[in-house]
Design a protein around this ligand. Structure first.
Ligand SMILES: C[S@@+](CC[C@H](N)C(=O)[O-])C[C@H]1O[C@@H](n2cnc3c(N)ncnc32)[C@H](O)[C@@H]1O
Length: 240
């Protein structure tokens, strides 16, 4: 397991220690993780109501559990896996069953999840095929995979890293451009593990963003985008 406690004077891009250091910021409505709140709402809308009693949703890289309010009432036991202990403590306060672990080797049984969610995590892992294999391993046949992440494109580097970080809609240095997600590889790896993934681009509503900037709205809706080349969602069901 990689340590989140090691510190250097100037953290490297994508350094996971950032989540420990900024843990108190997770739930701040206008804090540096604000865009994750908007994304969690959009992600939650893709999660179907539980189809059976005792259904389990595994939230890979759950952070502080921002998804929890958006799936409340859908009937799942919400299990969150993350490496950041301070973030997991906050997730637990929001009803998440917190499990400390690496999404590349999740300490959960094969086929234990009705839904696996990987929200804004795949662009942080050094081994995309392994992360996809783990997500699919956890899914029971017929289970649903919900993803949102950042595409490995020049446009994404410009917008999601350059622009978004410079206007403080994400913490500076949170993304390592080398880890952005190749959409073809993502779909191929999902397919290899029995999940045909459909992709769709999303972006913040510009009208909402303007109103939010003027403190006239408390949140910003994510809306469909004509391109998956920046921020995108993935949805698929495991065969069987
Ligand atoms: C951008 S945040 C997303 C958090 C959450 N999914 C959300 O959308 O609010 C990325 C999270 O992934 C966690 N993380 C990064 N790499 C990880 C790994 N290999 N295993 C487990 N968690 C990891 C970080 O600690 C952080 O909480």
């Amino acid at each position: 397991m990689r340590s989140l406690t090691a510190r250097s004077r100037k953290p490297a891009r994508g350094d996971l220690a950032l989540y420990d250091d900024h843990a108190e910021q997770w739930w701040r409505p206008r804090g540096p993780f604000v865009m994750l709140h908007w994304l969690a709402a959009a992600r939650g809308r893709l999660v179907p109501p539980a189809a059976r009693p005792d259904a389990v949703l595994v939230d890979l890289g759950c952070g502080a559990g921002l998804l929890a309010p958006h799936i409340a009432g859908k009937g799942y036991r919400h299990i969150g896996v993350d490496l950041s202990a301070p973030s997991l403590r906050l997730a637990a306060e929001h009803g998440v069953h917190a499990v400390r672990g690496d999404v590349l080797a999740a300490p959960l049984a094969d086929g234990s999840a009705d839904v696996v969610v990987a929200g804004e995590i795949l662009e942080h892992v050094p081994d995309l095929p392994r992360a996809v294999a783990e997500a699919c391993r956890l899914l029971r046949p017929g289970g649903v995979l919900v993803i949102d992440t950042l595409a490995d494109t020049a446009l994404c580097r410009l917008i999601a890293i350059g622009l978004i970080e410079s206007v403080r809609l994400a913490p500076r240095g949170v993304h390592d451009p080398a880890l952005l997600v190749d959409r073809a590889v993502l779909r191929a790896e999902c397919e290899r593990h029995g999940v045909r993934l459909a992709l769709r681009g999303i972006r913040p509503s510009m009208a909402d963003l303007a109103a939010w900037s003027l403190h006239r709205r408390s949140t910003v809706r994510m809306v469909p985008s004509p391109t998956t080349a920046v921020l995108f969602q993935g949805y698929g069901r495991k065969a069987g």
